[in-house]
Design a protein around this ligand. Structure first.
Ligand SMILES: *[C@@H]1O[C@H](CO)[C@@H](O)[C@H](O)[C@H]1NC(C)=O
Ligand SMILES: *[C@@H]1O[C@H](CO)[C@@H](O)[C@H](O)[C@H]1NC(C)=O
Ligand SMILES: *[C@@H]1O[C@H](CO)[C@@H](O)[C@H](O)[C@H]1NC(C)=O
Ligand SMILES: *[C@@H]1O[C@H](CO)[C@@H](O)[C@H](O)[C@H]1NC(C)=O
Ligand SMILES: *[C@@H]1O[C@H](CO)[C@@H](O)[C@H](O)[C@H]1NC(C)=O
Ligand SMILES: *[C@@H]1O[C@H](CO)[C@@H](O)[C@H](O)[C@H]1NC(C)=O
Length: 252
């Protein structure tokens, strides 16, 4: 039998160790095996904190994610309460933003299937997001396709204005490509197979999938006033087949 004070200390230590924490702007990758007990994480304080959940495996799970920005709730869950919110996961991605002036708690509710992997992040800038712009199809032959990434780095045009209406010279030099470009990963699969569309639409899920065809050439192209794009020449595709490129989320 342990003396009472020692028992208290042990208890206090257990409670303290039980809550893992999420650091600001860092992605935590988790698997069913490494969920802390209790399955909750303390959240950093921020004016506008965005909490994201991204599924990286395809198993269906009866798992729900709850957050609170209240310091009086230590286990947010389906029973609700003041300032307890559920993060709704849709197509593998869940996003919730609120002010967390005093920090808060994220809790996982329900059972996770074996070997389920996912990512969580608490950030004041996007860590997981669905891109607002999609890849663009340029042209196709029977087994090749020209594809473009979403645009980035739009060119800057300065219109002449009063009192200086100097027109540009007759032969303009073409703008030089940007020094750095977003690191896009292109992934396509036959539409009919639904291999990509049936999965969580997240970067960590898609990273483990293989793409149809092969990239014959990749370069930067200033296609229009929207900006530069990564241009891919895809080869080795099957004629008379529709392909899909999923709008996956981005992990910078
Ligand atoms: C908080 O951040 C999210 C994600 O960046 C954004 O969509 C939302 O508009 C922001 N809210 C406020 C009040 O600034
Ligand atoms: C918690 O979130 C609610 C809703 O967004 C907001 O009204 C409240 O001020 C937040 N509380 C704290 C302490 O940030
Ligand atoms: C007028 O504009 C041209 C082109 O932008 C520039 O090269 C020139 O220096 C400007 N002249 C004056 C007087 O500001
Ligand atoms: C782009 O991302 C891929 C996949 O994450 C990685 O393998 C590759 O090294 C990255 N390339 C650059 C230039 O950062
Ligand atoms: C890829 O395309 C660019 C631009 O059209 C060209 O300069 C380059 O030589 C091509 N690379 C290969 C490996 O074909
Ligand atoms: C490809 O998709 C288009 C538009 O949805 C459809 O009309 C066409 O029948 C499809 N072709 C094949 C070979 O599945």
């Amino acid at each position: 039998m342990l003396p009472e004070t020692l028992l208290c200390l042990v208890n206090a230590a257990l409670i303290q160790a039980a809550t893992a924490s999420l650091s600001l702007n860092a992605i935590l990758s988790l698997n069913t095996q490494d969920i802390p007990s209790p399955p909750s994480f303390s959240l950093p304080a921020a004016q506008n904190l965005t909490i994201t959940v991204a599924y990286c495996s395809s198993e269906t799970v009866s798992t729900r994610f709850f957050v609170t920005n209240s310091t009086t709730v230590d286990d947010p869950g389906p029973d609700g309460g003041t300032n307890v919110y559920e993060i709704i996961v849709n197509q593998g991605l869940g996003t919730f933003s609120a002010s967390f002036l005093d920090g808060g708690v994220l809790a996982i509710d329900g059972t996770l299937s074996d070997d389920f992997s996912f990512e969580i992040a608490a950030s004041d800038r996007p860590m997981h997001e669905v891109l607002a712009t999609f890849p663009l199809l340029g042209d196709t032959t029977s087994n090749q396709a020209l594809l473009f990434s979403p645009p980035f780095d739009p060119p800057i045009f300065i219109d002449p204005s009063y009192p200086n209406y100097t027109l540009p010279g007759p032969s303009l030099a073409s703008p030089s490509p940007p020094d750095s470009s977003p690191n896009f990963t292109l992934l396509i699969a036959p539409t009919s197979s639904q291999t990509l569309t049936s999965l969580p639409q997240t970067a960590c899920m898609m990273a483990s999938q293989s793409s149809s065809g092969n990239i014959a050439n990749e370069s930067l192209w200033l296609r229009d006033e929207d900006g530069w794009r990564t241009q891919w020449l895809m080869a080795g595709l099957s004629p008379q087949t529709n392909y899909t490129a999923p709008p996956y989320s981005l992990v910078p």
